[in-house]
Ligand binder design. Structure first.
Ligand code: S3P
Length: 205
């Protein structure tokens, strides 16, 4: 499916207040692979929209009292996935907010349905080489602690991209300043919410 058309960068974006009002209690839910930038972009997006930012992985770690690597090591992936589904279900009742989810969260059909009911899903879609470059910088992703992380990443991409593609919106995550992606997400959300650009971002007194 082609990416949705975006507003021209010069076109003013609707104000944070207009977007918040149209969102109601729905959350903006960022989905996509490890390294797509969900947390770093999500934090900036929330700031720009005056919404709170919640990182599902951090909340899972808080609930479990241990880092994700330890959850995988001590209890296994199934245990992690069950906790992930529970935590995200709870967080989705706390909208409006920007919620960044771990790369596997949207693959769970129950979680996907809940996100559909209580949020607007935005897939941060990145090219494999961009993801690979980014994930090489960190070693805290248990799924990629394999003999050939690149092959593992490609296998996950193959399995997951068709599922991510059902997200409400897709925004291309790439190596440009975060603010560019943030504005593209806001433009896509505004269009999806049917908002005009009458109350322009930053132009209100
Ligand atoms: C996972 C992604 C991680 C984390 C866990 C599993 C995945 O989150 O939830 O290691 O299945 O892709 P990020 O996508 O934020 O790295």
């Amino acid at each position: 499916m082609p990416d949705p058309p975006l507003r021209k960068p010069t076109e003013p974006l609707p104000s944070a207040a207009a977007i918040a009002a149209a969102l109601g209690v729905r959350s903006i839910v960022l989905i996509g692979m490890m390294g797509a930038g969900k947390s770093s972009i999500g934090r900036r997006l929330a700031k720009k929209l005056d919404l709170s930012f919640v990182d599902a992985d951090s909340e899972i770690e808080l609930a479990a009292g241990m880092p994700i690597t330890d959850i995988f090591e001590n209890h296994g992936e199934d245990y992690f996935r069950a906790g992930e589904a529970r935590v995200i279900a709870r967080l989705l009742d706390q909208g409006p907010q920007v919620l960044a989810t771990g790369g596997g969260a949207f693959i769970n059909p129950g979680t996907r349905d809940l996100i559909g009911a209580k949020g607007i899903s935005v897939w941060l879609k990145a090219e494999p080489d961009v993801l690979l470059r980014r994930i090489k910088r960190r070693s805290d992703r248990p799924l990629l602690r394999t003999a050939d992380p690149e092959a593992t990443l490609n296998r996950l991409i193959e399995q997951r991209y068709p599922v991510y593609a059902v997200a409400d919106l897709t925004v291309h995550s790439r190596d440009v300043p975060h603010e560019v992606i943030v504005d593209e997400i806001i433009a896509a959300i505004a269009a999806w919410l049917g908002l005009g650009a009458t109350a322009a971002q930053g132009s209100a007194p």
